[in-house]
Design a protein around this ligand. Structure first.
Ligand SMILES: *[C@@H]1O[C@H](CO)[C@@H](O)[C@H](O)[C@H]1NC(C)=O
Length: 676
């Protein structure tokens, strides 16, 4: 009886357990309702004035703050949520960049240039939600984790001499921020692959299919970013919502139909812009969305300058149609042609940007399928010349001085004549001023003298206190921490140019601290120049559907206009690393020569006496066979014996020997020939 009952009981238990589990699982889904994990994918394409195309991929995953999920996620990458929870990261950004953003040609005033143009190499900053004294330990552990996650040498940022703690000049600054860069990190596919693995569809479906490695790395600029924000709602940060934004920005050169790359163009020259399509720049087409994505959109943006130019052309051509330009007839106007018809046209709300507002054509990827892929293309019909809007001041940085002892760093700011459009906003002020924040980190071996800071405005030297409103300096400590400089400048609005110079001495490193190829020079990371009075945001008419697009809502965020300067390369005194090798080789050569000749002399004396005697005896025999037999004796390592046998056998030996010598010589010649 009991034997029969037990299995039934176990079965019953199992069944109820299973049912219970199912019920719990359904319950959690129902309970959350709107607070589901979400994934969105978007792509923005934009023709650039210098005949290139910008492609900006934006993937956003979000995990809601919920304890019911436990440690499990449907879409959100687990590695990231573990990282956020373990190190209590409040906000973090990691970027890998190759190439330099061209602020003059590709613009410096739009959200893409301002928040996606990054300095070459790796840049990492993070804000931690931990007590002040634990921040450095958390940073160290975070760099190691990221290093493993992205196959990069981010762990070099763990040493205190490579990172700094900006207090107010770096935009998201707060007490727990750490900032570090690795300007020389080479970026390649091995960093892209782990980044793509964080996407739910990887690069197998959806927009990520376009990320064809050869086409991306052929580009002029590419930058892959990972930005995460955790909205800690729980008391201990254990249950926090996380928003992960992954962006990849590439600038590509369209390939002309005849196979040639569109050649560089001189500004002002009227030539038809190259036509392009997704398949011509990426070699792939979009065959439907990633099924896990909530929304999947492609945008084509015409920037403000281009729209203004097109409107101008339109007005010139059709003077009769005065002011009848709406979005519809603008779109049908035959200055260019789109290969797919847009589902929606979004027009930027004209703010104080003067000239014009940009236009976005929206294409919804879910309408396209395997058999009917989206191959968005733009074909120009008339030549157009325009320029992108740039930041109020164009910044660049260079080195002055010569020699290996001292030098100076100069940051130069040049006005971009943006003022015409903005003057109205400032006229009511008595003193029109332009605020510029400068953030600069210098490695400890570049010993900056902060008292030597000089300011020039329109080439006239100015008192530092007149221009610099606020300055924070943390001097470097040898081998411990880098030097950091944060400044707020107030420049007159009508400034043409401004320059800051600061002198430095070059330090000496220990021989172990030199990187490989130290003769190349040492990098000083990019300085960050930001304009807090200017916001690189775009405003769109409030439309319910727009809130769904993370990319457009990101564009509407108010973020200051920001630009990075060049990385500087400072030559330092480097020891002659080849010297130990040279010493070893020369010593060995001397020893070898000495002992070699000594042995030779000691040995030759006996042999010479013998030879002298035997030479006399065999003076009359033939010279060639004798020589050859001597040679053969040498080769065999036996003492040479004068030929006692009849001459016939000696000639036989000699012919064999000649053959051998020729064979060896032939082999040597062949070897030489083959390998050269
Ligand atoms: C960092 O890692 C070390 C070694 O694994 C560990 O002992 C330490 O507690 C970690 N610190 C933080 C703040 O996570």
């Amino acid at each position: 009886m009991t034997l029969l009952q037990r299995p039934v009981l176990v079965l019953l238990l199992l069944v109820t357990h299973h049912l219970l589990q199912c019920w719990i699982a359904f319950g959690s889904v129902d309970e959350e309702g709107q607070k589901q994990e979400e994934f969105n994918e978007e792509l923005l394409l934009k023709p650039l004035p210098d005949r290139k195309v910008l492609a900006h991929f934006h993937f956003q995953s979000s995990a809601p703050p919920s304890t019911s999920n436990g440690r499990h996620h449907h879409l959100f990458p687990k590695a990231i949520s573990q990282l956020v929870q373990k190190f209590r990261v409040k906000e973090m950004e990691l970027s890998f960049t190759q190439g330099r953003w061209n602020y003059e040609r590709w613009g410096g005033f739009d959200p893409i240039a301002s928040s996606n143009a990054k300095p070459p190499g790796v840049e990492l900053w993070a804000v931690f939600d931990v007590p002040q004294h634990q921040v450095d330990a958390s940073w160290k552990n975070l760099t190691h984790t990221l290093s493993g996650l992205f196959c990069a040498s981010i762990n070099f940022l763990e040493s205190t001499s490579t990172y700094s703690a900006p207090e107010w000049s770096f935009p998201p600054a707060s007490g727990n921020l750490r900032y570090g860069t690795l300007p020389r990190e080479a970026v390649c596919t091995e960093n892209l692959t782990p980044w793509l693995k964080l996407l739910p569809c990887r690069d197998k479906a959806g927009l990520a299919v376009l990320l064809d490695r050869p086409s991306i790395y052929r580009g002029f600029y590419h930058s892959q970013r990972l930005h995460l924000t955790s909205t800690a709602s729980g008391s201990k940060g254990t249950d926090s919502g996380i928003i992960l934004k992954q962006a990849l920005t590439v600038v590509l050169q369209p390939i002309q139909p005849n196979g040639r790359r569109a050649s560089m163009d001189h500004a002002g020259e009227k030539r038809i812009q190259p036509s392009w399509s997704l398949s011509s720049i990426f070699g792939k087409q979009v065959r439907g969305r990633c099924v896990l994505a909530k929304s999947s959109n492609v945008y084509l943006q015409l920037d403000r300058g281009l729209v203004a130019e097109l409107k101008h052309i339109h007005k010139e051509n059709e003077k009769s149609v005065a002011n009848g330009l709406t979005s519809e007839n603008f779109w049908t106007y035959p200055s260019f042609e789109l290969s797919a018809s847009p589902d929606r046209i979004v027009i930027e709300e004209n703010s104080f940007h003067g000239k014009s507002s940009s236009i976005l054509y929206n294409f919804q990827v879910e309408k396209y399928t395997e058999s009917e892929p989206l191959d968005l293309g733009l074909t120009w019909k008339i030549p157009v010349v325009w320029s992108c809007q740039s930041a109020p001041l164009h910044s660049s940085r260079f080195l002055m001085g010569s020699g290996n002892e001292r030098g100076a760093i100069a940051i130069s700011l040049k006005s971009t004549q943006l003022w015409e459009g903005f003057m109205g906003a400032f006229d009511n002020n008595e003193r029109c001023e332009l605020q510029v924040d400068v953030f600069q980190v210098v490695p400890w071996y570049v010993k900056v003298y902060f008292h030597s800071l000089q300011v020039f405005i329109d080439q006239q030297p100015k008192a530092v206190s007149d221009v610099i409103e606020k300055i924070h300096v943390s001097p470097s400590k040898d081998k411990v921490s880098p030097g950091m400089m944060e400044m707020v400048l107030r420049l007159p609005c009508r400034v043409k140019s401004a320059a800051l110079t600061i002198e430095f001495d070059k330090g000496f490193l220990h021989i172990d601290e030199y990187p490989p190829d130290a003769n190349q020079g040492f990098d000083i990371p990019s300085a960050i120049i930001s304009f807090p009075n200017f916001h690189a945001s775009m405003f769109f008419l409030e439309d319910g559907s727009l809130n769904k697009s993370p990319l457009l809502s990101k564009f509407q965020e108010k973020s200051p206009v920001m630009s990075y300067t060049e990385v500087l390369l400072v030559p330092l005194t480097t020891p002659d690393f080849s010297m130990p090798y040279n010493v070893i080789t020369i010593t060995c050569t001397v020893f070898a020569l000495y002992f070699g000749s000594l042995l030779n002399v000691l040995r030759r004396r006996v042999a010479e006496e013998e030879r002298f005697l035997k030479d006399k005896a065999t003076k009359k025999t033939g010279q060639l066979p004798l020589l050859l037999s001597k040679l053969s004796a040498k080769l065999r390592g036996r003492p040479w014996e004068p030929p006692h046998s009849p001459p016939s056998s000696s000639s036989f030996i000699s012919s064999k020997l000649v053959f051998k010598v020729i064979l060896v010589a032939g082999l040597a010649v062949g070897w030489q020939y083959y390998f050269s």
